[in-house]
Design a protein around this ligand. Structure first.
Ligand code: SF4
Length: 181
């Protein structure tokens, strides 16, 4: 039987959801026997998102043009897209900047008012991807097949979501530990 093509993507998030994924510890060895990790910041240094991915965990919100381009590629090339963690599901912490209207005031606040002694704005285009006016959750941009909230979701909950999918079953997230975040 062909192995499942498995990917994880890191958009605007703190990487805490990926750290929680690594907390799966020895179950990662079981997982590695069943999947090919074809794209991930923690296991596969590919520049381009590949074709025909079966399952992808997407961490983080959509905050800039780079996130926007990548999430469209991910959607087009992935069968089952999972919004992974509160930043992907609700925009969460990255969306706190939505309280400031417009990207210029956001950049001034971050790089000038709160910067260190070498204060300067990043130069566009190039070094820093251009910010979107608002940070938005993944499902406001593309269709999401499954939501896995939590900040971060615990390793147990990640396993409970992924394990049935590997057998072609639908995950059932029941019990207090599975629904409290
Ligand atoms: Fe970090 Fe929480 Fe966002 Fe995950 S949901 S990327 S842990 S802030």
């Amino acid at each position: 039987m062909d192995k499942i093509k498995f990917a994880t993507v890191w958009l605007a998030g703190c990487s805490g959801c990926h750290m929680s994924f690594l907390d799966l510890d020895e179950w990662l060895i079981d997982l590695a026997e069943k999947v090919d990790v074809v794209y991930s910041p923690v296991g596969c240094d590919l520049k381009e998102y590949p074709e025909n991915v079966d399952v992808c965990l997407v961490e983080g919100a959509i905050a800039n043009e780079e996130n926007l381009e990548l999430i469209h590629q991910v959607r087009a090339k992935t069968k089952l897209l999972i919004s992974f963690g509160d930043c992907a599901v609700t925009a969460n912490v990255p969306a706190m900047r939505n309280m400031i209207k417009g990207t210029d005031p956001v950049l001034k606040r971050c790089y000038l008012e709160l910067g260190d002694e070498n204060r300067q704005l990043p130069r566009f285009p190039g070094i820093v991807p251009e910010l979107l006016d608002r940070v938005i959750p993944v499902h406001e941009v593309v269709k999401v097949d499954m939501f896995l909230p939590g900040c971060p979701p615990s390793a147990d909950r990640i396993q409970a979501a992924i394990e049935p999918l590997l057998k072609g079953d639908k995950p059932v997230m029941e019990g207090r530990e599975m629904i409290k975040f």
